[in-house]
Design a protein around this ligand. Structure first.
Ligand code: HEC
Length: 110
């Protein structure tokens, strides 16, 4: 009887852990979708695949390694790039930055 109860406990702990894992993956997938959707704001200048055009390429751009620079550029923009700090929430900016770094955007070869 005691052993059965302990077995139940273990099973529910495993179920809980699996649940947590699935939620993390779902959250990551949702973040990917959000970042991809928000990148449509950037594509007209930076290219659909981050290949650049009017604006510098974001695929294989060494500046992406500097999170402070990237965040400041997106939030504040520059003389030519519009600022997105008012338009996008912190979570949305994080999602778009994750998308910039993702294999999907970085797949473009110059
Ligand atoms: C109207 C055109 C335009 C749009 C839209 C735009 N950008 Fe830019 N962006 C630029 C230009 C031009 C530069 C280069 C000049 C500069 O650094 O300001 C730039 C620079 C950057 C840089 C720095 C690149 C480097 O090598 O220094 C990042 C990162 C960036 N943009 C991300 C984004 C993201 C993310 C979005 C969408 C949320 C976006 N941009 C939307 C025009 C644009």
């Amino acid at each position: 009887m005691d052993r059965e109860v302990a077995g139940e406990g273990r099973r529910s702990i495993i179920a809980l852990m699996l649940g947590a894992l699935l939620t993390t993956q779902d959250a990551a997938a949702a973040g990917d979708a959000l970042g991809r959707a928000l990148y449509t704001n950037c594509a007209p200048c930076h290219g659909r695949s981050g290949e650049g055009g009017f604006a510098p390429a974001l695929a294989h751009n060494p500046h992406l390694a500097d999170p402070r620079y990237v965040l400041s550029k997106i939030r504040r923009g520059s003389a030519v790039m519009p600022p997105f700090g008012e338009q996008l929430t912190g979570r949305e900016i994080a999602a778009v930055v994750a998308f910039l770094r993702s294999p999907e955007l970085q797949a473009h070869r110059p």
